[in-house]
Design a protein around this ligand. Structure first.
Ligand SMILES: Nc1ncnc2c1ncn2[C@@H]1O[C@H](COP(=O)(O)OP(=O)(O)OP(=O)(O)O)[C@@H](O)[C@H]1O
Ligand SMILES: CC(=O)N[C@H]1[C@@H]2OC[C@@H](O2)[C@@H](O)[C@@H]1O[C@H](C)C(=O)O
Length: 397
């Protein structure tokens, strides 16, 4: 009998199963916590049947956030810290998964696989770093082997590298899931995620996968959060209380909208490496608005998010009664929400709830789905994106 790594036969059996129980993990650019989605999948590709069985976000303690922030989106980071955090985050995420499973009364042995995004610590598309001889690059840490060994569950991780290797920017990956979970023949749809960064997927009503477009748009909550931390000692502007108490400074708003990123070719990606408080300070300096009051600054940054999203959708998708399905924490920000409603009066704006996708869980579900595809899917040709299956396999033993 030929020798066989038992992990491979286990993997083969999972891929052959009628249904798979799995966990999708997302730790986003907002660094608010770990999103854990327990999902069941039947089949793969366009015919995938999916159920979200349970979901929780476990907030990160400040001490963890402070550690990650030492290296997050920093050009001059301490390499030793990066090395330590790669292992630490893997082990820490494993602990949080075990905690969630205990609460849900699910035995780890019953989970077929974990699909982990990890923590992006640097995102460097070529159009942003502009270094000759270097292409697109992105780095997520929180190693999958640590998750697999600690939980005893096969783990699929590091999804973005394949996208870069195959010619993409490593993001957005949402479209691969949006096409499977969100397409509906006869209706043009936009799936808009407002996380730290805002991105969207356009799904044409004629179901033509060649016309699907997915791209980052610009800042979501990242600048609002950073300014709330810096000036109000708050992690975010809950229910837009601060923005609603301030007034938009139009001169500053126009200056913020001038970055060449907004005119880059689609699809494109970005992150807090570009949209950060230095970017805001430069725009304030140039417009002599450094002294505006801080509530006006938060209102202006909230309007910046609303305006850049509305401009993008208005320019690219004219279809009357376009339906926009929002998700991500920014979808709960009433200032951004009403800004979009006013700026896009012909569009219908609702939440991904209507598609049966919990808006807070959407990205964690996406990675679970990408894991399911990695196990038993086939590469799909979607828009200008590489037709690939993504993710690396880690085994407990
Ligand atoms: N009630 C609320 N009012 C205003 N803002 C909110 C509210 N709830 C959440 N948010 C915003 O949503 C953010 C978290 O969003 P989310 O979890 O979607 O981000 P993420 O997944 O880290 O981002 P990304 O998708 O860019 O990686 C918070 O930091 C906050 O700015
Ligand atoms: C490099 C990276 O982590 N990018 C994230 C980030 O958060 C939102 C936006 O920027 C998006 O491009 C991406 O995440 C989602 C899940 C995606 O790939 O679709």
């Amino acid at each position: 009998m030929p020798a066989l790594n038992l992990n491979l036969s286990k993997l083969f059996n999972i891929a052959q199963k009628e249904e798979r129980l799995c966990i999708g993990l997302m730790s986003g650019t907002s660094l608010d916590g770990l999103d854990i989605a327990l999902c069941r999948f039947k089949g793969h590709g366009i015919g995938t049947q999916f159920r979200l069985l349970n979901f929780m976000t476990i907030p990160y303690p400040d001490v963890f956030k402070d550690e990650v922030k030492q290296v997050f989106a920093k050009r001059n980071a301490d390499l030793e810290k990066v090395c330590l955090l790669n292992d630490y985050i893997g082990g820490y995420h494993a602990d949080l998964i075990l905690q969630a499973l205990k609460q849900w009364e699910i035995a780890p042995a019953d989970v077929d696989f974990i699909a982990s995004h990890g923590q992006t610590i640097y995102h460097a598309p070529q159009h942003q770093h502009k270094q000759a001889g270097h292409g697109n690059a992105t780095l997520q840490i929180g190693d999958g082997d640590h998750i697999a060994v600690k939980t005893g569950i096969i783990t699929i991780s590091d999804f973005r590298q394949k996208h870069v290797a195959a010619g993409g920017e490593g993001a957005p990956l949402a479209l691969y899931g949006d096409v499977i979970l969100g397409s509906k023949t006869g209706k043009d749809r936009v799936l808009l995620n407002i996380g730290g960064i805002a991105n969207l997927t356009y799904l044409p009503g004629d179901g033509d996968l060649a016309k699907v477009m997915s791209t980052d748009i610009g800042p979501g909550n990242t600048l609002i959060d950073a300014a709330c931390r810096a000036y109000f000692n708050k992690p975010f502007d809950e229910d837009a209380a601060i923005a609603l108490s301030g007034e938009v400074n139009d001169v500053l708003l126009e200056a913020l909208l001038q970055h060449p990123f907004f005119n880059e070719q689609l699809p494109k990606t970005t992150g807090p490496e570009l949209f950060n408080l230095d970017y805001v300070a430069d725009a304030q300096q140039a417009t002599r608005t450094l002294n505006i009051n801080k509530a006006d600054l938060i209102a202006t940054l909230s309007a910046f998010t609303g305006r850049s999203i509305a401009q993008f959708i208005g320019k690219n998708y004219h279809s009357n009664r376009l339906k926009i399905f929002a998700s991500g924490g920014g979808a709960r920000n009433p200032y951004i929400r009403s800004y979009l409603k006013k700026a896009l009066p012909a569009a219908i704006i609702t939440d991904t709830d209507e598609l049966g996708i919990n808006p807070d869980a959407k990205e964690a579900i996406l990675f679970a789905l990408l894991g399911n595809e990695a196990l038993c899917g086939e590469p799909l040709n979607i828009g200008r994106n590489p037709a690939i299956l993504m993710g690396k396999f880690s085994f407990p033993l």
